[in-house]
Design a protein around this ligand. Structure first.
Ligand SMILES: [Ca+2]
Length: 319
């Protein structure tokens, strides 16, 4: 079993990833930590509680941060054209969900949980890296106690998706992302290089709903607005960024990795760009020296990943 804390900004593709983690038999989802990104932290926390309630997820929700690690960064508008005004595809989620948050803030929840389970916790982070960076700042020693950090974010051998240089999760808090990538914990980055190859078609989603029951139906309802947005990018369906990172936890053999130190550009026109110095390439002294080698996904078996996601989302305990 993989003990997972899911750090997330739900978010439509976050919702799919959450259901994957909840359904997968080899994953023990032990916590959900919210962060801002696809919407304000008030909205993403509400959404995490709403999905917990609707899908009967036992894991607690700990509320995270709503501001960048560097507080002087300007606010950027929420991507309501992609995730809707409610962050869940405008399905009309209730303003208030009658469930409490965990008493600890997200970064303290991460620290306490990792310390209670040394060497066992995988952090799957699919929003901005703010909570993880604050956990490291508060308690740097947790880095060696975490089993693995799997990140959805970044664009290495290709353009970004929020600027020509940067992917949205990293661009949303570059200083936090640089701290996470350069810390002495094992990081695997699942970025646009592989996520943009995984497209869930309308037909595939409909087939999931046909066997997955009410849980899958809610997921499908949430996803329709996002699918409409993606019409300008893909022929049919939705790119399922966040679920790819969750698949990595249980099926790493479906990905090709490249090892090397990673830095994140902080400021200037390439703000939020992710750059890896591959271990097998020599350079004169640079800002990538004396840092841990982390892994970047540079290849994916997209069909197999989509099949695994489909099978997992279609599991229906009520049937
Ligand atoms: Ca996300």
């Amino acid at each position: 079993m993989h003990k997972v804390i899911f750090d997330t900004d739900p978010g439509v593709d976050d919702a799919m990833a959450l259901l994957f983690l909840h359904n997968h038999p080899e994953i023990d989802l032990i916590g959900i930590t919210s962060v801002f990104g696809n919407a304000s932290v008030e909205t993403t926390t509400r959404n995490a509680l709403y999905l917990k309630q609707q899908w009967h997820i036992p894991a607690p929700v700990a509320r995270g941060l709503g501001e960048t690690l560097n507080p002087s960064r300007p606010h950027v508008d929420w991507p309501t054209g992609i995730h809707g005004h409610d962050g869940l595809g405008n399905i009309g989620a209730p303003d208030v969900v009658d469930l409490p948050c965990h008493p600890l803030p997200a970064h303290r929840f991460i620290i306490e949980t990792v310390r209670a389970n040394p060497g066992e916790v995988t952090l799957v982070a699919v929003g901005r890296m703010t909570n993880l960076a604050l956990a490291l700042r508060d308690d740097p020693d947790i880095a060696v106690l975490v089993k693995e950090v799997v990140i959805m974010g970044g664009a290495f051998d290709m353009r970004g998706n929020i600027t020509p240089a940067a992917e949205a999760n990293i661009h949303g808090d570059p200083e936090a992302a640089d701290a996470v990538m350069t810390a002495p914990w094992p990081v695997v980055v699942v970025g646009l290089d592989v996520t943009e190859e995984t497209v869930m078609t309308r037909a595939r989603l409909a087939a999931i709903v046909a066997t997955g029951g009410e849980r899958a139906k809610l997921l499908s309802d949430i996803s329709q607005f996002y699918i409409d947005f993606y019409e300008q990018h893909v022929e049919d369906g939705m790119v399922i960024h966040d679920s790819c990172a969750c698949v990595y936890v249980v099926a790493p053999h479906l990905f090709t990795l490249r090892s090397g130190a990673i830095r994140v550009v902080c400021g200037g026109i390439a703000d939020g760009q992710t750059i890896q110095k591959a271990d097998d390439h020599l350079f004169p002294p640079s800002a990538w020296d004396n840092l841990p080698s982390q892994n970047v996904c540079v290849g994916i078996d997209a069909d197999a990943v989509l099949d695994l996601i489909s099978e997992t989302l279609a599991l229906n305990p009520a049937a």
